[in-house]
Ligand binder design. Structure first.
Ligand SMILES: *Cc1c(COP(=O)(O)O)cnc(C)c1O
Length: 382
């Protein structure tokens, strides 16, 4: 089976992890701060906070922005469930903003309408979480303007997106947001096995997320009457154990060396696909002119009259590990219990009906892409 996504691990990565195993620290050593400095340098941001998953990063990002009971958080229905769940962990209410039919990214004109309506009702969101689907950046300029106009905070879910750029600035630089979140799961652009991070330019938010990832416990800035007690530590908030291990961070530091090449390779493969798909008259989700995509996913859009299930099955039978990204979150049974129903976000649902994710990862060869596109020919020939 040609897998839809796959990590790239070389001997250098293996050596980096083994050397940590032989060192004094398996956790809470020098590798995590080193990984954070690589990330902040690369993304041109002031602070990076590494954690054990993007899900954890989304959770502490929401908490750091003060999301709690009675607050509203809006995100995209075309995402992995974690983007929405993070708000629920904080006791907040979640709602969704419908997407653009051609990109699956949050539709800023829909957001504008929804904000105007929410303002009239006094129900404005505290935080909006755009998701850069497939590694293609959302219209962040419009979003940032709305954030100023309606006074909400922005967390970018850039799980698909490390190595991408938007209007000349790296994703993660937080030029148009308060916090950006990355995932380092093995199917993503670079990996730490499990792992994630949040970046920000705001010192207070960074400090708050650092506290929350480790039980809310600190040895910094203790009360003066304890300053001579070497054993003393202090719990200042209700935090979690969301720490990244030294093994993961060392793998991440090593993976960073390849990031630019991996994203370049993804772009080369995506261009190759694009040429063939265009010749076959098959639409696909493509980045806007103002962004350089990380090309996490190649999502094709089938013509409306074609049955997605039969195409999907046919491709799997041809040993092509196709997938679907994503089932709209509001149609999940758990979200049904919260009151959402089919029909709530019609564009997301129409998008979902038409999509199939083709394999795309740096180790694929042109010949495999030729084979995949050959198998797609029947779509246009009937
Ligand atoms: C993968 C992913 C997540 C969750 O990442 P983890 O690191 O597995 O917690 C969140 N949002 C999106 C859009 C993702 O693709």
């Amino acid at each position: 089976m040609i897998q839809y996504g796959k990590q790239c691990i070389n001997q250098e990565d293996i050596d980096a992890v083994v050397s940590v195993l032989k060192s004094d620290f398996l956790t809470q050593g020098p590798q995590v701060p080193l990984f954070e400095s690589r990330l902040s340098q690369f993304t041109q941001v002031k602070y990076a906070v590494a954690v054990n998953s993007a899900t954890s990063a989304l959770h502490i990002a929401c908490l750091a922005l003060g999301v709690g009971k009675g607050d509203r958080v809006w995100t995209s229905p075309i995402t992995f469930v974690a983007s929405a769940n993070s708000a629920l962990y904080c006791g907040a209410d979640v709602d969704f903003v419908d997407v653009e039919l051609l990109t699956g990214n949050m539709d800023m004109s829909q957001l504008r309408l929804k904000l105007a309506d929410a303002k009239r009702k006094g129900l404005l969101p505290k935080v909006v979480i755009p998701v850069h689907l497939a590694g293609h950046c959302c219209d962040m300029k419009s979003l940032a303007q709305l954030a100023t106009e309606y006074d909400f905070k922005v967390i970018e879910d850039a799980s698909h997106c490390i190595g991408a750029r938007y209007r000349q600035s790296p994703i993660g630089s937080c030029q148009y947001s308060d916090i950006t979140v990355f995932s380092f799961h093995p199917v993503k652009i670079i990996t730490t096995a499990e792992g994630g991070a949040a970046t920000t330019n705001d010192a207070t938010l960074a400090k708050s997320m650092q506290l929350l990832r480790s039980h809310g416990v600190t040895r910094d800035e203790l009360h003066a009457d304890h300053s001579d007690e070497a054993w003393y530590y202090e719990q200042q908030a209700l935090g979690f154990n969301y720490r990244m291990t030294e093994l993961q961070a060392a793998l991440g530091v090593s993976q960073f060396k390849k990031l630019t090449d991996l994203v370049r390779r993804r772009n080369i493969l995506a261009d190759y696909y694009a040429e063939q798909l265009t010749a076959l008259n098959i639409e696909f989700v493509a980045p806007g002119e103002d962004s350089y995509s990380a090309w996490h996913l190649m999502i094709i859009l089938l013509p409306e009259q074609i049955d997605r299930k039969s195409v999907f099955e046919q491709l799997r039978e041809a040993n092509i590990g196709v997938n679907v990204h994503y089932i709209p979150v509001h149609t999940q049974p758990y979200y049904g219990k919260l009151g959402f129903k089919v029909g709530d976000f019609p564009v997301a649902e129409a998008f979902y009906q038409r999509i199939i994710t083709l394999p795309l990862h740096p180790q694929l060869e042109f010949a495999q892409l030729d084979y995949i596109c050959e198998q797609l020919k029947f779509l246009t020939s009937r």
